[in-house]
Design a protein around this ligand. Structure first.
Ligand code: VGL
Ligand code: ZN
Length: 209
């Protein structure tokens, strides 16, 4: 049972475009909805994130003539991996999956909203490390422990969890409530290893009751 006053559930990017049939569909991405909805009643604090990009976002291959998804471009601040157009602000693809119970969310955070910077992490943008404000919000509520679920394990779940650990939160990843894209191949296993090494622990939704 999570300690209700000091724990929050972080639900990363459970959006149509990351589910099967979506622009960047994660295989079996929809299978996590049952486990997520199952654990939600155990939390007083629930944060939902939405990947939320303007048209022509820097992370879209279509924004770079001659480029295709899974190629990269150099941008100020580093290398940007390119994706198909996804989670365009206000689109159906950017909407939460219809089976996600959003009613009890205390906070809905949108990220990746600026044209020239991507944000895998719910805490900060990739290039500038400009904070989203989530860390301060959690700290001001006295939250010390984050249970992390959502999509995709090897991108937004990974970077959100690493930033949470770096900020001093305890991070527990609910393994059956995340799925990875594994692009490029091997990314998913590497992400799980890296998260464990950084201090995250893993559990199953059924462990919570
Ligand atoms: C994500 C790739 C691009 C994610 C977002 O939510 O993991 N992955 N944008
Ligand atoms: Zn994105």
């Amino acid at each position: 049972m999570p300690e209700r006053k000091t724990s929050a559930l972080l639900v990363v990017d459970v959006q149509n475009d990351f589910c099967p049939g979506g622009a960047l569909g994660v295989a079996e991405g929809n299978m996590i909805l049952g486990p997520i909805n199952h654990v939600m009643p155990l939390f007083d604090y629930i944060v939902l994130t939405q990947d939320w990009h303007p048209r022509n976002h820097v992370s879209f291959a279509s924004s770079h003539p001659g480029k295709i998804p899974s190629q990269t471009v150099e941008v100020p601040g580093g290398t940007q991996l390119l994706w198909p157009d996804h989670c365009v602000e206000g689109s159906e693809g950017a909407a939460f999956h219809r089976d996600l119970d959003t009613d009890r969310a205390s906070m809905i955070l949108r990220k990746g909203m600026r044209l020239r910077s991507d944000s895998y992490s719910a805490f900060a943008e990739n290039d500038t490390a400009m904070p989203t404000g989530l860390g301060g919000w959690l700290l001001s509520l006295g939250i010390r422990r984050l249970y992390v679920v959502g999509l995709a394990t090897d991108y937004c779940v990974l970077y959100s969890s690493l930033d949470a650990l770096a900020a001093g939160f305890e991070v527990l990843v609910i393994a059956d409530a995340t799925k990875g894209v594994d692009v490029p191949k091997g990314t998913l296993d590497a992400a799980l290893l890296r998260l464990g090494q950084a201090g995250a622990s893993y559990l199953l939704s059924s462990d919570l009751g």
